[in-house]
Write a protein that binds this ligand. Structure first.
Ligand SMILES: [Ca+2]
Length: 546
């Protein structure tokens, strides 16, 4: 028996050995483990010369170990006492896309009300500037490049969150939580296909999901699967379909003897956008403008969020449920939908500047967060896993780098003491910088040597080689407290800070690059794009006929 060993064996339920769950229990127990390890070594070496006193000592240690194992299991908080976790993740909702974050037109009454009951984060970050990597960071507590999620994952791509990764859902399920994921998954290419792990393999008891976007649009999507079975064409709009499933699970399907972890991933307002006319009609715009569709899409999500929150109240779950509302990256702002907003931040989705990564973040946990409380402390998606682990009494995995830090101190208006700085990397990022790091008010960004990787879904051999060999090249430095728009580059005025931060960034970059896996070459079939284009062509034809 080696109590330090943590296995990497793949398992549908992941692995949290009892030994690991005990690591934070008592120092006395740690001492005991050490003694046991030493005793085992001695036992192996001296088994031919065992005497009764050694046997008694070993049995005594085993008894004490067993006592602590049982004791820790017995003293784990009971299901009823541990808080529930409800994570609500939007898709491409920018920092400025809600009324409560300053948008002048978008109507988001449910979220605006929710923020009055909650803590509002002004420095909340996604773990990346686009979908799959950001969701990877949220689920694993690890910076996504480390995990090998280098970019968004197209349908059928070999890129995926491997079985060897341990998600927060797996940790919570192993600790007795009932877990559910609804909406956009986007942690694999071969969604609902055998070669890659599915939501159930990454910790979810119940799931109702799409690989990426709701297709062909948010209206009447036909690409959902529920617990491994395709469900066919659905009627309605994605946000309400996703909320309805979450509500049904909360009311009728979950195991009410257990606390729950519900991960609700709305598709809105990611393209291909399609909003119910009742939400579009709330916005006046010139004929032909896509603004009502985009703004109405945020309102559509807001309405579904409101339904979900009302259910939490109806079921009297509010007081014992920690709710986190956030987004996976900044606004897309595309030719078809140029209406998203990053507020005062620079650039948008796909960039390393703040518009790509800083997002709305609202947390409600009655008795812990205060209504109307505002925190300016930087918090990131990778912090979710260590935070929920701390609340649930589960030690974070010790056999791998966890980049996030528990954000519990902010509930008491205290700063987060980070061992690992906030870090982002996207080799195919738009704009020049591909890597960045934030420490306190300061942010450093770096370009990379070598050929720029195109932000497409192909996996090319030389791109994979480039991921392994590119080095940090030139740097930019900003003080985000004084300059939220990243308008004034400060490296000339701060040479010492630039030197220290660039050295730290280089060290972290190389360590992460060394861990990141390489994927096989793969040609992107553009399956989703073809489906979406076919839908638009069919719609245009219908309009012509009318
Ligand atoms: Ca996204």
């Amino acid at each position: 028996m080696n109590t330090q060993h943590v296995t990497h064996q793949p398992s549908p339920r992941g692995l949290v050995p009892v030994e690991r769950r005990l690591t934070a229990s008592t120092s006395a127990f740690c001492d005991c483990r050490l003694s046991l390890r030493e005793s085992n070594a001695s036992f192996a070496e001296r088994k031919a010369t065992l005497n009764p006193s050694v046997i008694v000592a070993v049995l005594l240690i085993l008894f004490v170990t067993a006592f602590f194992v049982n004791d820790v299991s017995a003293t784990e908080p009971s299901g009823a006492k541990r808080p529930n976790f409800l994570i609500v993740l939007c898709d491409d909702l920018g920092y400025g896309d809600l009324a409560c974050y300053g948008h002048p037109r978008i109507k988001s009454p449910n979220i605006d009300h929710f923020v009055t009951e909650s803590m509002k984060l002004t420095n909340c970050y996604a773990a990346a500037s686009n979908c799959s990597p950001a969701r990877t960071g949220l689920m694993t507590g690890r910076t996504p490049h480390r995990v090998g999620i280098h970019n968004w994952i197209p349908t059928y791509s070999p890129m995926h969150v491997r079985r060897s990764e341990i998600t927060i859902a797996t940790l919570l399920r192993n600790a007795g939580y009932n877990t559910c994921q609804v909406g956009k998954w986007h942690l694999n290419g071969m969604f609902n296909l055998p070669p890659q792990p599915q939501p159930s393999d990454h910790g979810f008891d119940h799931w109702f999901a799409t690989q990426n976007n709701a297709l062909p649009t948010h209206h009447n999507p036909d690409n959902f699967a529920r617990n491994g079975k395709w469900v066919g064409k659905l009627e309605g709009y994605s946000a309400h379909l996703v909320a309805a499933e979450a509500i049904d699970w909360l009311k009728n399907k979950r195991d009410k003897s257990k606390p729950f972890f519900l991960y609700t991933c709305f598709h809105e307002p990611h393209e291909p956008i399609n909003s119910d006319p009742k939400y579009k009609s709330l916005y006046e715009a010139p004929e032909g403008s896509t603004l009502p569709n985009h703004h109405g899409n945020v309102t559509q999500m807001d309405d579904a969020f409101g339904r979900l929150m009302r259910t939490v109240d109806e079921l009297k779950l509010r007081d014992n449920t920690l709710v986190v509302f956030t987004s996976d990256n900044g606004p897309a702002i595309t030719g078809r939908h140029p209406h998203g907003s990053a507020g005062p931040l620079r650039d948008k989705k796909g960039y390393m500047y703040e518009g790509g990564i800083r997002v709305p973040g609202i947390i409600r946990w009655p008795g812990h967060t205060k209504p109307g409380q505002v925190s300016d402390e930087p918090v990131c998606g990778v912090d979710l896993l260590p935070t929920l682990c701390e609340i649930a009494g589960i030690p974070v995995p010790q056999d791998r780098a966890i980049d996030g830090t528990s954000f519990l101190p902010i509930f008491d208006d205290k700063p987060i003491q980070r061992k690992t700085p906030l870090y982002w990397q996207f080799n195919a990022a738009r704009g020049k910088p591909k890597v960045c790091m934030r420490i306190g008010d300061w942010k450093i960004l770096a370009t990379l040597t070598g050929e720029t990787i195109k932000p497409y879904g192909d996996i090319r051999v030389h791109d994979q080689q480039n991921l392994r060999t590119a080095e940090l090249d030139s740097f930019e430095l900003y003080n985000l407290n004084a300059d939220i728009a990243e308008a004034t580059e400060r490296s000339q005025q701060e040479p010492q800070r630039l030197k220290a931060m660039s050295q730290q960034l280089r060290k972290m970059y190389r360590e992460i690059r060394g861990e990141s896996p390489v994927w096989p070459a793969w040609k992107w079939p553009r399956y989703e794009g073809k489906r979406i284009q076919a839908y638009y062509r069919a719609q245009a034809k219908i309009q012509q006929q009318n």
